[in-house]
Design a protein around this ligand. Structure first.
Ligand code: EPZ
Length: 419
């Protein structure tokens, strides 16, 4: 398993191209299962989660062309198998996103239940509730979701008690082929949801209300051939913004959009960094040692849970004490023991972390556990004294395109050790 070797102490300076959003590419790829017409996707990130989803699509017989590394032509005209075996789903929870499209198009679907993962139980009850509201009969047997709608889905009213990104995506995709009008109340409003809506609209779907608290979908859709460019990855952008802040550096994040990470920019400004829109994206200027800042993660447009671990690395070396509250997942502090090994002073109480900034971290061997925890260790390694080795880098490769290359280009002393 590859490792990253980092020698801390370098100030980052330069330009980073922000890739397409992993969390937009995955639902958009699942949406291609709805249509017999080809869909051309651009700005696709080269990350392993995308490869995993392409592998899932191939098990159904989907034809995939890749004219360029960041461009895909997906053709789901003739599908063969319809089952999604457990050994495919266990690799990536987002595989559950194929359930809605397969059920909506073929009237039945068999998808293994995704297990929990490092950041929590992550049930799929809200996905199943949404499909039931559209007339599907759903049962779970032997770890497999068995969904049937022999007469097809019909429009209905789906009300989410609390917003769920994935369940909103399932509801949206299934509703495009339901007969009649579907209302989705309290949907997630992440930019990736809006991107999925735009892709479905390009494919011919009739959807209103993207970004609001009420979506209306009128089906069934007559799909047409379409093209869609995936939006830039706001979590990758936020990660590099924090990298600039933690090293007191200066980075241009080309392709990044300030409105997608406004809450993160606001927290970084409170910590003493400066963030402003540039000609080609975002500019982030660190300014010496960060000030301690409290944050609470929330659904969009609040501070994203996917940047909590990275922000904690910044607070670990900030001047003062900060409180980080995680409200989206019940166990998203797997990075804490590893940051403590680097010398961070973090105390956990339930879903709240109390961080006391230290003048310096010291390099050590650390273990990655999930995608965002891993990258927080890389950020800490950039400023820790001496050598930090981050093990199990495959977690990073799930969601970050060539992170070692991008960081090295900006002056970091970082190398990948194959092993
Ligand atoms: C998406 O996961 C993202 N993944 C996650 O990013 C992100 O952290 C999360 O949204 C929140 O923004 C993708 O888009 C592929 P949720 P998702 O449904 O859809 C609970 C990363 O690092 N819940 O909004 O799974 C759930 O347990 C990943 O890129 C239910 O209870 O998130 C969680 O506590 C990590 N029942 C909360 O809702 C359900 O049926 C929010 O989950 C579904 C979710």
């Amino acid at each position: 398993m590859d490792r990253l070797r980092i020698i801390g102490g370098r100030r980052l300076e330069g330009s980073v191209r922000i890739a397409g959003a992993k969390n937009a590419a995955l639902p958009v790829l699942a949406a291609c299962l709805l249509s017999p017409e080809p869909v051309t996707l651009t700005n696709i990130p080269r990350v392993s989660d995308v490869e995993t989803m392409l592998g899932v699509l191939r098990t159904y017989g989907v034809r995939i062309e890749r004219p360029r590394p960041d461009m895909l032509v997906i053709n789901a005209a003739d599908l063969a198998a319809l089952d999604t075996p457990w050994d495919v789903v266990r690799k990536m929870r987002a595989t559950v996103l194929v359930l809605g499209p397969l059920l909506a198009r073929f009237g039945k679907a068999r998808v293994s239940l995704p297990g929990g993962c490092a950041i929590g139980a992550r049930p799929v009850d809200l996905h199943l509730k949404a499909l039931s509201a559209l007339g599907a009969s759903i049962r779970v047997e032997g770890g497999t979701i068995i969904a049937d709608a022999p007469e097809g889905l019909r429009g209905g009213r789906i009300v989410f008690g609390s917003p769920s990104v994935g369940a909103t995506e399932t509801a949206l995709m299934a509703a495009t082929l339901a007969h009649g009008e579907t209302e989705i109340i309290n949907p997630a409003r992440e930019p990736e949801i809006i991107d999925l809506v735009e892709c479905l609209q390009a494919m011919g779907a009739d959807i209103e209300g993207a970004g609001t608290h009420r979506l209306v979908v009128r089906g069934p859709t007559r799909f047409r051939a379409a093209s869609h460019e995936v939006l830039p990855d706001r979590i990758e952008a936020g990660t590099y913004a924090i990298a600039a802040a933690i090293t007191g550096g200066f980075l241009e994040l080309t392709g990044a959009r300030l409105e997608h990470i406004a809450s993160v920019a606001e927290a970084l400004e409170r910590a003493g960094a400066r963030v402003w829109p540039g000609d080609r994206g975002l500019i982030v200027q660190g300014d010496g040692r960060a000030k301690a800042v409290d944050i609470t993660t929330e659904p969009y447009p609040g501070f994203p849970t996917d940047l909590q671990a990275q922000f904690m690395a910044l607070m670990a070396v900030a001047d003062g004490a900060s409180v980080l509250r995680e409200t989206v997942f019940e166990n998203r502090f797997m990075h804490v023991p590893e940051l403590v090994r680097l010398g961070a002073d973090v105390r956990l109480q339930g879903t709240t972390a109390f961080v006391r900034g230290v003048p310096a971290l010291k390099g050590a061997q650390v273990m990655a556990t999930d995608l965002r925890a891993s990258v927080s260790l890389v950020l800490a390694g950039l400023v820790a004294e001496g050598e930090t080795i981050v093990n199990r880098v495959y977690h990073l490769d799930r969601g970050y395109e060539e992170i070692d290359v991008k960081l090295r280009r900006c002056g970091a002393d970082i190398e990948r050790i194959a092993g």
